[in-house]
Structure formats: structure tokens, C-alpha cells
Design a protein around this ligand. Sequence first.
Ligand code: SF4
Length: 112
Amino acid sequence: MTAQQKTVGRAEGTTDPLEVWIDQDLCTGDGICVQYAPEVFELDIDGLAYVKPPAPPGEEVDLLTEPGATAPVPLPLLNDVVASARECPGECIHVRRMTDGTEVYGPGADAA
Ligand code: SF4
């Protein structure tokens, strides 16, 4: 098991690491995701939410602003990221397995 596999969130009942992305075309900019998981989500100057990669302690990281950009879901933040996907009014937060791209939480998941 790699270091990333030990620290990245998994879907319930699986051992697969997860990643998250936002469809900014549907984002309302209300900031609910940022309230849940500010380590993963941030509002940019355009008023829309973006994901960001894990930051080393004490360091800032740039938002991932390319369409469809993904960030790994840190295991300690999995519940917060899942809650963000479930509460997102734009239904535009997608959590998927890194291994095969299957959406496990969000509007494209079978049981979001
Ligand atoms: S919760 Fe959804 S709609 Fe609201 S800012 Fe985050 S991504 Fe956008």
C-alpha cells in the first residue's frame, strides 16, 4: 500500500482511493462546500468553487481551475467532502474512484 492509499478517502465498502471535481457551470457560489471542507474547496475571485490539491503544512496551494480538474480526497476529510456533495445545491460536486473513474458520491452516483 502506498502512502497515498493510506491517506486518501475510500468509497464505503471499498479500498479504492477517491478524487473530487466540481462542474463550475452548475455552481451557485453559495460556499457550502467551503464551509464543510475548506482544505479541499475554495471560492475563487469569479465567485465559483474550485478544488485544490493537498497543501504541505503552512503552505498555500493554487486552486485547480481547469475544467474537470480533480483533487484527491484526504481520508480525514472524506465525510466532509461527501456531505458537501450531498448538500451542494448545484448538484455539481462529483466524487469518484481514482482507479476506474466511477462516481460514488454526487449526482452521477447510484446512491448519492
Ligand atoms: S456547494 Fe456546490 S454550488 Fe455551492 S459553492 Fe460548493 S460547488 Fe458551488
